[in-house]
Design a protein around this ligand. Structure first.
Ligand SMILES: [Zn+2]
Length: 704
């Protein structure tokens, strides 16, 4: 810790003489300042040390400022080549280092890195504002924008000009000087609060809670691999001989599903849903009030009635009203389905002589029983067919069948944690397409959930294509002792989902940085969610779902059961998701943006919609990282919006009678490749020949 402080002091001094960058003694050994000598120029993770980030970020900011100064200084009339293109290409070093930093801070962090994030984050926010609020730069951009139709630009160039101009406007370029100053203060405060929010959730998920069991009797009902994993966790927690359960899903969900001890199920679930709401140093309630207030102020400053309106105007949905109406269309049938699911489960409780009313922590346990009773299907019966490596083969198989691309494990590609598995991705003709990292299991320094990100996005420099470096980060069940990692079907679809994002990143091919892969938020889950469809197709299951001991394909009878049970619990799944989406919308369209009591706000908001107490929103406010520290504020709805698209798009493959129809696959690849080149709906209808129909989604979920 002390060493770091010294480095920071050194940096402040170095900053004063910024231009003489070669005199900074840190530079020579800092990998960010040199061209990567690794295969495909991926980040040299083994050489990157914590102390390299800040100098490289500082220098990246200086370099981009210099690049912008150079644009401003050009005396010729602004045009695409002397203004837009150099701006589009600017900030190379900053992007190089900040991507590595933020990706590692999400997937492999530690207290020192989090501390550094608190230093770096405001610098990046300020730098972003310095660019958007640079009047001379904006004048030049605006000048090109105002004359865009007379400059002989092609469609791609035109779109880049419009996008960049719009970024400036949304960044406050048109505001008065006084309002710009206000905006800076708001952005700074927001970036601090959301960082703190995420850190608190990380601590509450991984550190602040354990369910420790010493008496074997309390493990009744749990499958062997779950018990083994809990024993390993207990050893890690320095309590050998006991069993330890965490709030990470691979640990918590099986307990909720199978543990017969109802009291302990409650204890564990309570631990989960009270995260960030415990009145301790990781409590998020006050931060939420701050964020809501700040966002509302920002939206009003920008001329919008609320933050949702400010965000959604960029999306396919265009207005919060459209989103609200859309959510309601699904809410009513989903809630009624969930209620009938509850009734069925309550009757199991009653039949067993339970004498209690089913509560939220009972849902998984009785859903599992119901699934068994109704479909004779037990999750532990299908898990042996979903060994992690086999599912990985499955995603690669589908991509190969659709697009001809292949994946080669390359041990010479550096990784940031020994658990990460790197691949080279190749086109059908063998040419290099990109690099893909797979990072499967939970760790203390990894945030919860699953996501896909890039260390480098596809781009062009001097006419030469630079290939992407993509990473999929997940939190799947670990191998435990002699048992390999056997995934739940939910984890299986998550792998297909994130792989869909990865394919989008790998296949995108656009001439300019600004529009490469740039799609509205309510479009971005189409490439991911459509992949989930292939995961459960019998034809595909037969290929990848193989028993981990016998190697045999999943039997037809089990596939039939899976098929039959597909709509099982969909009322619950849809309701818990929609409840979170509605909550998100309420926070970002508040009648009164000063929320004194977050718990009460949440309660009232959901009660008004008629949410039943047996179901909690998928994320309660205090751990809703998507909206309070991720990029999904006023945007959690996008998953189900895009579900309309993916259900409709997959229907095209179904209708053709060929799940891998080459003509359709080529068209879908075109959609992925060119996704940033036009409005979302136009890109979509180009693929489908018509606008999407909600019918396929309602059918899929049994909500008609
Ligand atoms: Zn996604």
């Amino acid at each position: 810790m002390r060493k770091l402080t010294i480095i920071f002091v050194g940096l402040v001094v170095a900053l004063g003489t910024a231009a003489q960058k070669n005199e900074n003694p840190l530079n020579r050994n800092n990998p960010f300042f040199n061209e990567y000598k690794t295969p495909f120029q991926v980040p040299p993770f083994d050489d990157i040390k914590l102390e390299h980030f800040l100098p490289a970020i500082e220098e990246g900011i200086i370099q981009q400022n210099a690049e912008i100064e150079a644009i401003i200084k050009i005396s010729e009339v602004p045009d695409f080549n002397n203004t837009i293109l150099p701006y589009d290409n600017s900030g190379e070093l900053l992007s190089k280092v900040s991507r590595v930093f933020s990706n590692l801070n999400g997937a492999n962090t530690n207290p020192e890195m989090q501390k550094l994030a608190r230093v770096i984050s405001p610098k990046l926010t300020k730098h972003g504002d310095d660019i958007s609020l640079n009047p001379e730069l904006f004048k030049k951009i605006k000048s090109v924008y105002d004359r865009k139709t007379t400059l002989g630009l092609d469609a791609d160039q035109l779109r880049v000009v419009e996008k960049i101009y719009n970024d400036f406007v949304r960044g406050g370029a048109n505001l008065s000087v006084a309002d710009q100053a206000k905006l800076r203060t708001l952005n700074e405060a927001l970036s601090k609060s959301s960082l703190q929010f995420g850190e608190n959730v990380l601590a509450e998920t991984n550190k602040n809670f354990r369910l420790v069991i010493g008496n074997k009797k309390n493990l009744n009902g749990l499958p062997g691999d779950v018990i083994e994993a809990a024993a390993i966790q207990a050893s890690k927690d320095k309590m050998p001989g006991k069993w330890s359960f965490t709030l990470q899903k691979p640990s918590m969900l099986p307990f909720l599903q199978y543990a017969k001890n109802r009291k302990l199920r409650e204890k564990l679930y309570r631990g989960y849903f009270m995260r960030g709401d415990n009145g301790n140093s990781s409590d998020n309630k006050k931060i939420i009030s701050e964020i809501v207030q700040l966002r509302d102020e920002k939206a009003k400053l920008m001329g919008y009635p609320n933050f949702a309106a400010f965000v959604i105007t960029e999306n396919m949905a265009k207005t919060p009203e459209t989103v609200d109406a859309f959510l309601q269309k699904l809410w009513v049938p989903a809630l009624s389905k969930a209620k009938s699911e509850l009734k069925e489960m309550q009757s199991i409780v009653d039949k067993e002589g339970g004498h209690f009313k089913l509560q939220s922590w009972d849902w998984w346990f009785y859903a599992e029983k119901l699934r068994k009773a109704k479909y004779d299907l037990d999750e532990s019966e299908i898990k042996p067919y979903f060994k992690l490596e086999n599912v990985q083969n499955g995603i690669f198989y589908v991509a190969n069948k659709l697009y001809g691309i292949s994946f080669e494990n390359r041990n010479d590609i550096p990784i940031y944690n020994p658990e990460v598995v790197p691949f080279e991705v190749k086109e059908a003709n063998g040419s290099h397409l990109g690099v893909l990292y797979l990072d499967f299991h939970p760790r203390d320094g990894k945030r919860a959930g699953a996501w896909c990100t890039t260390y480098r996005s596809q781009k062009y420099r001097d006419g030469k294509k630079i290939t992407p470096v993509v990473s999929m980060v997940m939190n799947f069940t670990r191998p435990a002792g002699s048992v390999p990692a056997l995934l739940s079907f939910d984890e299986v679809t998550t792998m297909f989902h994130e792989f869909g994002h990865a394919l989008h990143r790998l296949l995108q091919d656009q001439p300019y940085d600004r529009t490469a892969g740039d799609v509205p938020r309510d479009f971005v889950e189409l490439p991911s969610q459509i992949m989930e469809n292939w995961a459960s197709e019998p034809e595909v299951l037969k290929v990848y779902a193989r028993h981990y001991q016998t190697g045999e394909s999943i039997p037809d009878a089990l596939i039939a059961k899976l098929e039959k049970s597909r709509q099982f619990n969909q009322g619950f799944e849809t309701v818990e998701y929609l409840a979170a989406s509605i909550l998100d919308m309420k926070y970002h369209t508040p009648a009164n943006p000063s929320i004194a009591d977050v718990r009460l706000f949440e309660k009232v908001a959901l009660a008004k919609e008629g949410l039943i107490p047996e179901i909690l929103p998928r994320y309660r406010s205090t751990y809703f990282t998507h909206i309070f520290s991720g990029g999904y504020s006023a945007g959690y709805y996008v998953y189900i919006w895009a579900a309309v698209l993916d259900a409709d798009a997959f229907q095209a493959f179904k209708e053709s009678g060929d799940l891998f129809n080459p003509a359709l696959a080529a068209k879908f690849r075109e959609l992925l490749t060119k996704s940033g080149s036009d409005e979302g709906m136009k890109i979509y209808t180009k693929f489908r020949g018509k606008e999407p129909d909600i019918k396929s989604l309602l059918q899929r979920r049994g909500l008609e």
